[in-house]
Ligand binder design. Sequence first.
Ligand code: ZN
Length: 417
Amino acid sequence: MHLRYSYRIYPTAGQRAVLARAFGCARVVYNDALAARKEARKAGQPYPRSTDLQKLVITAAKKTPERAWLASVGVDPLIQSLRDLDTAYRNFFDSVSGKRAGRPVGLPRFKSKRDNRQSLRFTRNGFRIRSNGKLNLAKIGDVRVKWSRNLPVDPSSVTIVLDAAGRYHAGFVVDVEPEPLPEASAEVGIDLGLTTYAVLSDGTVIDNPRFLRRAEKKLKAAQRELSRKAKGSRNRAKARIKVAKAHAKVADTRMDWLHKQTTRIIRETQAVYLEDLNVRGLARGPLAKSVHDAGWSTFRRLLEEKAARYGRTIGIVHRAFPSSQLCSACGHRDGPKPLHVREWACGACGVLHDRDLNAARNILAAGQADRLNAPGGPVRPGVAIPRQARPVERGTRLGDLQPTGVRAAGAGGIPRL
Ligand SMILES: [Zn+2]
């Protein structure tokens, strides 16, 4: 399996200048190739092959006065730039034909000098890690790296990224064997909340971290500052960098925290069940800010990646599953509850429930039942259930439920419960 290991790097002023030129060259090659494909399409010609494009926008272009400067950077990142374009097209075609699940992918777009993220990819021949720990990039030189953790094996490629806050990162792709952890007995259901970050079916409460709130306050202050500066002024440019830095700080802090939470959960439990929240759908609604802040989709992605790596199972319970309406003790469906109702007593058996904990327990039960009912028996460990997971089926406690009439996001909708 492929994993990405990212590190902060500190190019010198001279190296930054060379990198800036290389970013520009990679972008121009990408845009030229995209333009060539668009023109071919307009002229009704067949889709140009990658090798032909490479000759056109790199080899031949270097010999023209307008593109002679392409020769000043290594050829490897330029070829990788064309590969990225191929990937972008492939994703588009697969999305149109229905081969690719998830959000529809649009046609590749031209890159701009003003994009927030500039990048450059080197394959194995284009970089080397020196014995002194520096990262050698072809035609750029030895760059200082902050090795925040060890690389497990030799990386197959590295992407150099410049973000809006002016920071440089090196993202290495490494191919590692899965390393299953000793089997754990615990399984948990997770309810993602708004007042708390998440509640686990074993009673663990994960709170929204306070340090994140502090970083966000700084970000808001920086944004206010920016909005007061005159357009096009130097001070506005400075304020914009400040905002970008504050953004980066929030993102880093959140990521770090999410890594810690997900690692702990994966270590301690054999199977994790989550609700298939339609995060994209929610993000457009009134809860937008909280949803984005919570970073739920990242939380889930990290869980899935770590599960695959460490031999754990992730099960996604369909989002139409009424996890907050069912009594986890007796299975009685107690009807919808407004968000402010944090506790309720079951109308059938009288058990007093904490809303989130009860939901987490229901998610656990539904996930386990779903897994047992899956065609071919329980899902193999380490194989994440695909995004559009099958809904919970009869044979759980849901047999007596009324049809919900709720339609799921994405293709297919849901069968009636
Ligand atoms: Zn009950």
